[in-house]
Write a protein that binds this ligand. Structure first.
Ligand code: SF4
Ligand code: SF4
Length: 371
């Protein structure tokens, strides 16, 4: 298979991951808690939950044990494959690249501005982790454009819960038409985390200066605007290991290649190996029962008669589902959660406040969960 096919396969993989993510988000919104929420399958939630997890507390809201497993997996993955998660797996990165394809014209950001803007993502990383750890919440969530995108099927919820995230999303969509991977370059704290960890990885694009004909195509096509043709090894934390530079090189495989320790990877092998290792690990972890990112189905609850505690309730459950999942009579559940009985039973727990001003489901859950 040639260089062209590696690009096609990478696009196919990114397309499937983006489409698959959108399907999961849709199922969660219409089918409820038995499907994973955007937060439970976002590895960044893992670092926000890390402090609570290390202290042996219950996971913070919307996070499952499987989210932590996913977080540690991406850390190990970054240690081996650098920022391959960004280049070959992240659906938000895929969305930005897709938008870049229909881009009318790229804008060149002045070097000095670009250099300083790229530091913003590290500030967001430090600030968001600090705030999440002291507030014991997914502090960044309301600002998250991917969480906003995941609610695109329910416009009202998207605006109400993720107004700032929606604004960042719209800005990212517009920026992506003119600046490749704008969010990844400047704002993404997860990318910043993998950039720091990836510095330890032996996986690097390597150029043979003796064979290189200095055509500069690698630099032109790099979505992260790295000057590939002037370095022998791409060591910058900005490289997302997408292999685009290797793909477009007229002598790929001899002038430029991706190296992992003693092994040289062709672009196609890079995509296949990294994506297989990532999803293969999830498959194995799931088979071992370690990758739980959603609640059991109602049938599983009935079969095992293992009911949830109040602290396991989710805001995306209806009152009726809350009673079912905790094994309570509906009337008792209303009483325990201090919900007036005139609130319809099909109301989502997070929306009880629309009937009872001031009602805070999460505070009530914390109070009753610790009783
Ligand atoms: S930088 Fe962030 S948004 Fe971009 S690909 Fe990486 S994790 Fe995804
Ligand atoms: S240097 Fe190559 S692998 Fe790294 S981001 Fe640029 S094109 Fe992708």
């Amino acid at each position: 298979m040639g260089k062209k096919s590696s690009g096609v396969i990478r696009w196919a993989v990114l397309g499937i991951i983006l489409g698959g993510s959108m399907l999961i988000h849709y199922l969660h919104l219409v089918g409820g808690v038995r499907y994973p929420s955007v937060h439970s399958i976002c590895p960044y939630g893992g670092i926000e939950n890390l402090w609570a997890w290390l202290a042996g507390r219950a996971n913070i809201q919307k996070i499952f044990s499987g989210t932590m497993v996913l977080f540690f997996l991406t850390i190990v993955f970054a240690l081996i494959f650098r920022r391959s998660f960004c280049g070959n797996i992240c659906p938000f990165g895929a969305l930005q690249e897709l938008l870049g394809l229909i881009s009318p014209k790229k804008v060149k950001i002045p070097e000095v501005v670009d250099k300083h803007l790229r530091k913003v993502k590290y500030i967001i990383l430090i600030l968001s982790v600090f705030m999440a750890w002291i507030t014991l919440s997914l502090w960044l969530s309301p600002f998250d454009p991917w969480a906003a995108f995941a609610h695109i099927y329910k416009g009202e919820e998207m605006i109400e819960e993720y107004l700032i995230g929606t604004i960042v999303l719209v800005a990212t969509v517009i920026a992506s038409l003119f600046i490749s991977r704008a969010f990844c370059k400047y704002l993404c704290p997860a990318g910043a985390l993998y950039a720091v960890i990836g510095k330890l990885s032996p996986y690097k694009v390597t150029r043979d200066p003796k064979k290189c004909i200095k055509c500069g195509v690698c630099t032109q096509k790099c979505p992260m605007d790295i000057e590939v043709h002037s370095c022998e090894r791409v060591t910058t934390a900005e490289c997302i290991s997408c292999n685009r530079c290797v793909e477009v090189c007229p002598g790929a495989g001899s002038m430029i290649y991706t190296k992992l320790a003693r092994f040289n990877f062709k672009p196609l092998a890079s995509v296949i190996v990294s994506v297989t290792v990532f999803f293969g690990s999830i498959f194995l972890l799931d088979a071992a029962g370690l990758y739980t990112v959603s609640l059991p189905t109602e049938a599983e609850i009935v079969e095992k008669a293992e009911y949830l505690g109040i602290s396991d309730l989710r805001g995306s459950m209806t009152i009726e589902q809350g009673a079912f999942y905790t094994g309570k009579e509906l009337g008792d559940f209303y009483k325990i959660m201090e919900i007036p009985t005139n609130v319809p039973k099909d109301t989502l727990l997070k929306y009880v406040n629309q009937y009872v001003p001031g009602y805070d489901f999460h505070l009530m859950k914390a109070k009753k969960g610790s009783d």
